[in-house]
Design a protein around this ligand. Structure first.
Ligand SMILES: NC(=O)c1ccc[n+]([C@@H]2O[C@H](COP(=O)([O-])OP(=O)(O)OC[C@H]3O[C@@H](n4cnc5c(N)ncnc54)[C@H](OP(=O)(O)O)[C@@H]3O)[C@@H](O)[C@H]2O)c1
Length: 280
């Protein structure tokens, strides 16, 4: 039995789908089981990283855990709670979804540094995945596209190697099922560096629609995030991440997806083509 946490989210739901397709029994964890559709091969369990008793129950009779903690300053606390429950339950391995930049102080990925450490020091087998920004973050543009507004660009002509969530989930599946990935840290990127205007051009070509981009100064973006109710710590980290890309300081490109899966990483355009309907 494999426990998948974050099973209702972007990577977790795709991982559940891929494991079930391979005939692997999956326990899917969510805080609200009523939100998940019951389906063959999936045992849904209620679990909250803030509730240790629920984690003890979720890890019972589990061999491997996919650990996905929601982004934010609680990541280290949540990861430690799961490591403790997994060790108690006799779990063999934890695959932790971290983020690119986990070693960079003040960046979003850095929320994961202490969680990575807890996993590495757990005494269990482990694999750490550090993905780049997900291609699916482009779905945030859907309201602008639907209402004919320009797509906001916080990162100017700065580039990033967006990764397809299906590739992240596929690497996670391999890491859960193969001891070859034990003790490895993979930085997962797409195959090419793209700016937001490059991405918008590709979305525009796939949808067959003209789309405009408008540059948003970072001070304005920060104000908009605060007005939307975002926590100051999260605003600060989001702005620093945008600054890094804007200044051309984030150009990581790796072959780790290919190293694990034996085929090249999927492109951003490929992700858009598969998700054309979501853009309306
Ligand atoms: N988005 C990116 O570009 C990107 C890039 C690199 C790394 N990452 C990392 O990927 C991870 C996922 O981020 P995301 O934005 O894509 O979110 P997501 O996985 O789409 O959604 C968050 C998931 O966390 C679960 N969750 C939230 N609070 C929880 C709690 N207290 N206990 C148990 N489960 C909880 C939610 O499940 P329920 O609501 O069903 O409980 C949901 O499935 C984060 O660790 C993030 O740092 C993201």
């Amino acid at each position: 039995m494999i426990l998948v946490t974050g099973a209702t989210g972007t990577i977790g739901s795709e991982l559940v789908r891929q494991l079930v397709a391979r005939g692997i029994p999956v326990r899917a964890m969510t805080r609200e089981p009523g939100r998940m559709q019951p389906s063959a091969g999936i045992a849904i369990t209620q679990g909250d990283f803030e509730d240790p008793a629920s984690l003890r129950q979720a890890t019972e009779d589990v061999r491997e855990v996919f650990l996905l903690s929601a982004p934010g300053p609680r990541v280290p606390v949540h990861d430690r709670a799961m490591v403790e429950a997994a060790a108690e339950a006799g779990v063999r391995k934890i695959v932790k979804l971290s983020a690119i930049g986990s070693t960079d102080e003040g960046m979003a990925g850095n929320w994961h540094a202490a969680g990575e450490q807890a996993v590495r020091e757990s005494g269990l087998a482990w694999t750490i995945l550090r993905p780049a920004g997900f291609a699916s973050n482009a779905l945030r543009w859907v309201p602008a596209i639907r209402t004919g507004q320009p797509i906001p660009n916080l990162t100017g002509s700065g580039v990033h190697a967006f990764v397809d969530p299906r590739d992240v989930a596929a690497v996670a599946a391999e890491a859960l099922l193969s001891a070859d990935c034990d003790g490895q840290i993979y930085t997962l990127t797409g195959p090419e560096l793209l700016s937001v205007p490059d991405q918008v051009t590709q979305v525009s070509e796939v949808l067959g629609r003209d789309l405009a981009v408008s540059d948003v100064p970072l001070e304005v973006a920060a104000e908009q995030m605060r007005a939307a109710g975002m926590d100051e710590a999260v605003v600060s980290v989001a702005i620093r991440g945008a600054e890094l890309i804007r200044s051309g300081g984030e150009k990581t490109l790796t072959a780790d997806v290919e190293r694990v899966l034996g085929r090249p990483a999927r492109s951003f355009r490929g992700w858009v083509e598969s998700n054309r309907a979501a853009f309306g």
